[in-house]
Design a protein around this ligand. Sequence first.
Ligand SMILES: Cc1cc2nc3c(=O)[nH]c(=O)nc-3n(C[C@H](O)[C@H](O)[C@H](O)COP(=O)(O)OP(=O)(O)OC[C@H]3O[C@@H](n4cnc5c(N)ncnc54)[C@H](O)[C@@H]3O)c2cc1C
Length: 649
Amino acid sequence: MENSRDRELGMHRRITRRDFINGVAVTAGAAMMPWHLIGETPQNSTSYYPPALTGMRGSHPGSFETAHSLRDGTFWDSAGKPEDTGETYDLIIVGGGISGLAAAHFYRKAIGNNARILILDNHDDFGGHAKRNEFRINDSLRLGFGGTFSIESPAPYSAVAKAVIEELGIDVPSYPKYFDKNLYRSQGLHPKIFFDKETFGTDKLVVNFAARGGWNESEDAINQPAELLKRFLEEAPIAEQAKRDLQNLLEEPKGYFPGLTSDQKKAKLARISYANFLMTVVGAHQDVVKIFQTMPHGLFGVGIDAVSAQDAWGLGLPGFDGMNLDPSPGKGQNRDCIPNEEAEKYFFHFPDGNATIARLLVRKLVPGAIPGSTMSDVVLAKANYAKLDDANSSVRIRLSSTAVRVKHLGDAASAKEVEVTYARGGKVYAAKAKNSVLACWHVVIPYICEELPDKQKEALASAQKVPLLYTNVAIRNWTSFQKVGANAIYAPGMYHSGVNLDLPVSIGGYECARKPEEPIIVHMMKAACHPGLPARQQHSAGRMELYTTSFETMERKIRDQLARTLGAGGFDPARDIAAITVNRWPHGYAYEYNSLFDSFWLEGTETPCEVARKPHGRIAIANADAGAYAYTDEAINQAYRAVGELTKS
Ligand SMILES: Cc1cc2nc3c(=O)[nH]c(=O)nc-3n(C[C@H](O)[C@H](O)[C@H](O)COP(=O)(O)OP(=O)(O)OC[C@H]3O[C@@H](n4cnc5c(N)ncnc54)[C@H](O)[C@@H]3O)c2cc1C
């Protein structure tokens, strides 16, 4: 049975698992061999081009093993004595994500363009979460985002972050020029919900009554909500009681918690989950809870069991309209859940997401690495990785290099230098610098910077990242999507809870797919969470799950999900899938504080990130974790603060 189903799904097709060693493509010959398997890091070879790799990307094999052996206390057993590179820099930055790259930019602004800077990153590509995925399907190039999707933030960008965006030449208000807003609608495509047989008793695709906000907002959901709900209720395979409950919840919400003031009501809502609110306060049928369960996955990486009812209210989820709540934010409300019109307007999506920001920063930092001069011409510009770590450049970016020790040479208060030791290609090296910015994930820092105070290490360790999969599936055409009339599919019971046709953006000579007969990228999102546990525990269990699930298993689930969802439209996974890239992020979004689990957030006392980001001698700490806010603007803000701490005197 398994074998015949595998054949139907196309598990035998030459594109994916069979052509992978540990999930990394090897079909294109030695040029595409996974670097860590060759035992060297050929970043300087002309054929080195990570964006074109498919298979398991994100935290790819070879990127995390060193850090994990450091965590497990085994790294130094076999590491040998570090080799002194003899290099001395003004600044060594650990982490080549947007925060690390922005730190280099700010340091040069403060000290001058001659400042010598080394950036180390453990991945084979720069950008951190802001990663570019490229696919060639027949003659078409398709660009995808492997992580950070767009310039957007729940609160307005700071003056500092906006200035960086402008210095990079990004004209945010010009976005509508590049975005074909009506493409899918004009083809009769709308957001839908896929009900799966394991969760709801049958496989069925039904119109989505709740597609409001976000990149796949449906105009019908805004303009004709009652009509949409009526159609949904006619088709949805849920209990009759659940249909009545859902209709009441949306159209006749009650005045729950009578006799309490707005503040008192919000205080109660901040302390119960939205799932609990639906079950115990509203008394909704369990099918209603199941429909909403995974809706916040894309934002928080957990379901409504771990999102407070107050945050659900802020997000516009139903049930609160009859409660007469004052619109001002309540205590402990997550910043993502405080609507802000100015912030909503500041949006830009490049075809490779915010990898374009990383690429524009690299273009500024390392001359000749990426040709061109505008935000448009960068889209198709091919990065020359051989230039990144060039001895003639004042800024060098060294990939596949995991920092394993950062220490002052002497006492932190009086030392003149910092030594940074890193592992690369099976060897250990040490370089020196006047200063260091740790722009890497905070959970790593206690293992690489042992001299930090214990209280600070504890605060750093609490920044549990949110585990996610951003999967890009390149398909040969999207006629099946057209036939089932869907462009965005919410799937509350499936492995990936979101399935979306790529956002149609054409810029700088890059043309998105406009006709259903053309190849396109389908973007799928999974939050690896474990409902019922406190949020941090859900994240650590999900992280383990992502590290231990093979690419083959993920591939089978992807093929099965697309076959079941789009089968009625004629989708054949064996024929239609051209390539799969799973961007695995066991350490994904920065952890954001949650009124259900973090009492300090409700009480307004000092937060762990404030303790975690304190400077220590010549070492300063950046990354989005330093603001406990999972957005690009925060990665930039924190880089600015960290560099300011090192350069202020
Ligand atoms: C899937 C996903 C989607 C997202 N979408 C958006 C979005 O649409 N908009 C938005 O604003 N934000 C988004 N974010 C948040 C995103 O994390 C931030 O926007 C920003 O890119 C974070 O940058 P950073 O430099 O702080 O961290 P990172 O991008 O994580 O970079 C840190 C780098 O440090 C490296 N590192 C860690 N330890 C070491 C070590 N010991 N030695 C060397 N290197 C090390 C890491 O591997 C990583 O490459 C998204 C995040 C994820 C995971």
